[in-house]
Write a protein that binds this ligand. Structure first.
Ligand SMILES: Nc1nc2c(ncn2[C@@H]2O[C@H](COP(=O)(O)OP(=O)(O)OP(=O)(O)O)[C@@H](O)[C@H]2O)c(=O)[nH]1
Ligand SMILES: [Mg+2]
Length: 408
């Protein structure tokens, strides 16, 4: 884990190539992943900002956004770098060549931060023809490729129309449309891909991504699952800010696994949370990290600060960590305090140190802590396993810390 943290300290960005024909829903997904309503900023391969005024020069804006070499960054989550490609829309050899060359170049580079870490391959499901020419051409690469079936809502609408055309009444057509759409997805899309030469690592289907309440959590979870390298997994989990539950789950797993390694193992747990990497202990708080800036130097200080804070608050922490339930208690404490400083935004507004202390003060000795300890005791002292990790994650999720002021 120390090695993963070391690698994570040297790279601050997770790089994703998103591919899909025009209108496939690519930009909408990226905005959702980054919680942004704004368009991304565009940087050239050297990291210089590309000035684009979409109002004045639409053509050039289009080119800028879809030039695969350019790097797209959202201010709201600048640790993701995206490359956008319309793929092989025309099926032309030129386009195929360009994308393949990009992937090969990025696969060969020795610099981890320049490497491509994942590919999201969008296939819209609302059109009349399932797959266009050459659209099922995935790549012979070691980078995980996740196929995203986009606009599933469009397929549901088509299923509804089909049921109506077959003479179903409106309520019956509504009742059966999702199941039929699911069947259509399997027959017309998923099964078509069974025979491709290079198999995707995972498949995800996304509903109407335009809606405020729709979520891309499945995409985040599936992407995490395809990452077999510990350092890349840590990087991905801790740059994405959409699914704090994923951070909790990995932090809990790591925390339970790390044995009685003493308070220093605190960092193995906190490292899965995004803000620990970007927020300084003391001011200035979180600020936009431009692409060219060096990697954050804060985490080591943040980790050390948390170890000290924990020892101050719980002088017996070393002993507590010796037992299995005790370790689970400390893991829960850290996750609950880290979640609070992240989700309530306190670390962003206050800077990490004071926010962590606030959370620690609110948690230690609280009724919430008493409940957590009771539930951990009920879990039994079995050794680490997947079920224990799930149970402890559930306990943490059920006892998120909210202060009185926040509840008001
Ligand atoms: N029905 C439906 N429409 C969507 C969905 N996601 C995006 N759209 C709409 O589809 C259109 C294209 O979406 P974009 O996200 O811009 O697609 P894109 O792949 O980035 O397109 P280009 O940049 O032109 O290649 C927009 O009008 C979106 O509002 C979805 O999940 N369902
Ligand atoms: Mg787009």
């Amino acid at each position: 884990m120390d090695q993963a943290i070391d690698v994570r300290s040297k790279i601050s960005h997770f790089r994703i190539l998103i591919i899909g024909r025009a209108n496939a829903g690519k930009t909408t997904i990226l905005k959702k992943v980054c919680n942004s309503v704004e368009d991304p900023e565009v940087y050239d391969p050297d990291g210089d900002k590309v000035a684009i005024d979409p109002e004045i020069i639409k053509e050039s804006a289009e080119r800028g956004l879809h030039d695969i070499d350019n790097q797209l960054i959202f201010k709201s989550n600048p640790q993701f770098i995206f490359h956008d490609s319309r793929g092989f829309e025309g099926g032309s050899a030129d386009e195929i060549e360009k994308v393949t060359a990009f992937i090969e170049r990025r696969a060969k580079t020795w610099k981890l931060s320049e490497q491509l870490h994942a590919i999201w391959y969008c296939l819209p499901t609302d059109g009349n023809r399932p797959l266009l020419e050459a659209e099922d051409r995935f790549f012979k690469i070691s980078v995980p490729l996740i196929v995203i079936f986009t606009k599933f809502d469009g397929l549901v609408t088509k299923a509804f129309q089909q049921l109506r055309a077959e003479g179903k009444k409106i309520p019956a057509a509504h009742a059966g449309k999702v199941q039929l759409a699911q069947q259509m997805l399997t027959t017309n899309y998923r099964n078509q891909l069974n025979s491709v030469e290079f198999k995707p690592s995972a498949y995800v289907q996304l509903d109407d991504m335009r809606l405020e309440h729709s979520s891309c959590i499945e995409l985040i979870n599936e992407t995490a699952k395809t990452l077999t390298d510990d350092a890349l997994l840590l990087l991905f989990v801790s740059v994405q800010q959409n699914n704090i539950e994923l951070c909790i789950e990995w932090a809990v797993g790591q925390g339970l696994r790390s044995g009685n390694k003493g308070p220093e193992s605190v960092k193995w747990i906190l490292a899965y949370f995004p803000h620990v990497w970007v927020v300084r202990i003391f001011l200035p708080p979180y600020s936009y990290i431009p692409l060219k800036s060096a990697v954050s130097r804060y985490p080591e200080k943040n980790f050390a600060f948390c170890v000290d804070a924990l020892k101050n608050k719980l002088p017996a922490v070393e002993e507590v960590l010796q037992t299995s339930p005790g370790r689970a208690q400390i893991v829960a404490l850290l996750c609950i305090c880290a979640e609070h400083t992240f989700t309530k935004g306190s670390a962003f507004a206050e800077s990490f140190g004071p926010a962590f202390i606030t959370a620690l003060d609110a948690y230690v000795g609280s009724p919430t802590e008493a409940e957590v300890i009771k539930e951990i005791d009920e879990m039994g002292p079995e050794a680490y396993d997947y079920a224990r990790r799930q149970k402890l994650s559930n306990i943490v999720r059920a006892h998120l810390l909210r202060t009185q002021a926040e509840m008001a």
